[in-house]
Design a protein around this ligand. Structure first.
Ligand code: ADP
Length: 501
């Protein structure tokens, strides 16, 4: 008569600096939402803890309310009070920590790039751990992300296990090894860690600057499992060039280091239901894509009559960071023009000199019928570009995973990418004879120079112009590739279970 007890799901708490669409700067925000939702669907109890930024999109948080507790947490030798808020983001329960610290850490109108980022995020990480302890939660897994929450792992073993929070194993995902959280060693003391204990080569001492502490290294050393966001990037970072100084540390911990390709949230990024685009469409009927192209051209003042109608539309949505191959993005604008296409760039840079450089180019093409540069962050316009463009360029120098190639394929926009990181794991060249026919979905080039880039873009534009029916088949095929989180989330669960054994 007794039913066998179902194996309960895991309790996973993510601690991170971003969650889409509420607090998103780049891929990290998308990944957090996509992974949490997929884990939830598989029956796990998933919660997230974030800072309560003043600049978040509060309209996308459901039931935001202040919890009836006062959360004191340690920083700079004192206890500081925090408010804690709870709310639901895309179905995920999220706790937002609001420090009542005089430095107003998360009331800056910005997510990052503040001079005291190290202090802002070590403060937050400590308060997040304090919240887990004081609320009596007993998670199976605490999963932190990127340098901002890297200090969670050393804090757990050095401070919180002795205080009795010992139910969990620690998972850490690095979304980009370029950003490591390096600071003068004393800075780590503020959140309650002991500098002398941690400043050794096998712990948190930076591998280049021996008087500095490296938070990302701490997460690698102290977490039970470390992942990054694609198998190819996981290989690349083991080399001196790719690892940005951490290749030796990763090599020493290679048994617990894995590359898992990100997915995309296929409900958010769905051309059949997307309300941010003019006309919805599916792989069975892609007519709406053409209408979206017409509408976008009209909206941005691009040529839309006669011969212009047949021009291939090339899109690019990106942070304008050096990693993204800024010189090739500039080149792509000119090359597209030479080849008779139209080009739309949506991007922005937090480097003033890069932003300025692109503003100059934008002015140069201000009333040009074939080129438009929109230099800001604009979620709605990004959806319009994915849904309207024919070709999407991603000439990254390195790319841990990259989401825009997957999003663009989901909307039938064919990517032209450099063979690096997650781009190499998700885009397979139509002309590569080593690739099985059913996997071919885009254009890949090898080197970060103009000639190599042209070999990818030119082929794409030639196929588009010369073989329209073949192109339409490629569009349908790209739209049907499964980029959902489903199988990647299973891999995370396998690793969680492995470290819990
Ligand atoms: P990264 O995390 O390095 O910025 P990813 O490709 O992993 O790169 O993720 C980028 C995400 O940010 C995508 O969802 C993309 O659509 C979005 N994005 C990038 N730049 C902009 C922009 N200017 N406006 C709107 N969305 C953007």
């Amino acid at each position: 008569l007794l039913q066998p007890k179902k194996r309960p799901g895991l309790h996973v708490i993510h601690i991170a600096a971003e969650i889409a669409p509420v607090a998103k700067v780049g891929g990290l925000g998308d990944v957090l939402t996509g992974l949490c939702r997929s884990l939830q669907k598989k029956g796990h109890l998933v919660e997230a803890i974030l800072p309560k930024y003043d600049c978040m999109d509060y309209s996308r948080i459901i039931n935001l309310r202040e919890l009836d507790l006062e959360l004191p947490s340690f920083f700079d030798g004192h206890m500081h009070k925090n408010k804690v808020w709870s709310g639901i983001v895309e179905g995920i329960p999220v706790y937002f920590i609001e420090p009542l610290h005089p430095a107003k850490f998360f009331r800056r109108g910005e997510y990052y790039a503040e001079p005291d980022d190290f202090r802002r995020f070590t403060y937050f990480s400590r308060a997040a751990m304090e919240f887990i302890l004081q609320s009596g939660k007993r998670p199976d897994i605490i999963h932190s992300h990127d340098w901002q929450t890297s200090v969670v792992a050393p804090l757990y073993w050095n401070v919180y296990v002795p205080l009795g929070l010992d139910s969990a194993r620690l998972a850490f995902t690095c979304h980009n090894f370029l950003y490591q959280g390096i600071e003068n060693s004393e800075a780590i003391a503020a959140c309650g860690l002991t500098v002398q204990d941690l400043m050794s080569p096998d712990q948190m001492q930076d591998n280049f600057f021996h008087n500095k502490i490296n938070l990302l290294k701490g997460a690698i050393v102290f977490s039970n499992v470390v992942t990054t966001v694609s198998p190819t990037y996981a290989q690349e970072v083991l080399s001196p060039e790719g690892g940005k100084g951490l290749h030796g540390t990763l090599g020493a911990h290679s048994k617990k280091f894995f590359g898992i390709l990100n997915g995309i949230d296929v409900e958010v990024w769905n051309p059949a239901t997307d309300t941010l685009i003019d006309y919805q469409f599916t792989a069975d009927n892609i007519d709406g894509k053409f209408v979206n192209k017409q509408k976008l051209r009209e909206r941005l003042g691009l040529g839309n009559q006669g011969g212009d109608e047949r021009r291939p539309l090339v899109g690019c949505v990106t942070r304008l960071a050096p990693q993204k191959g800024v010189h090739l993005i500039k080149h792509a604008i000119h090359r597209t023009l030479e080849k008779g296409g139209q080009f739309i760039l949506l991007g922005s840079s937090n480097l003033p000199e890069v932003q300025h450089e692109f503003e100059v180019i934008a002015r140069q093409f201000e009333n040009h019928p074939q080129i438009r540069l929109v230099l800001k962050y604009d979620e709605t316009l990004s959806h319009a570009i994915y849904s309207a463009a024919d070709v999407f360029v991603i000439p990254s120098i390195f790319e841990p995973c990259g989401l825009t190639q997957m999003i663009s394929m989901r909307y039938g926009t064919i990517p032209v990418v450099r063979r690096t990181g997650g781009l190499a794991d998700s885009v397979f060249d139509v002309d590569d004879e080593r690739i099985p026919q059913e996997k071919k979905n885009g254009f890949v080039f090898d080197d970060a120079n103009e000639g190599s880039f042209n070999s990818g873009l030119d082929r794409a534009l030639n196929y588009y112009i010369q073989r329209p029916e073949w192109w339409q088949d490629l569009v349908r095929k790209a739209m049907l590739v499964d980029f959902s989180w489903d199988s990647s989330a299973d891999r995370y669960v396998d690793l969680y279970r492995l470290v819990l054994k």
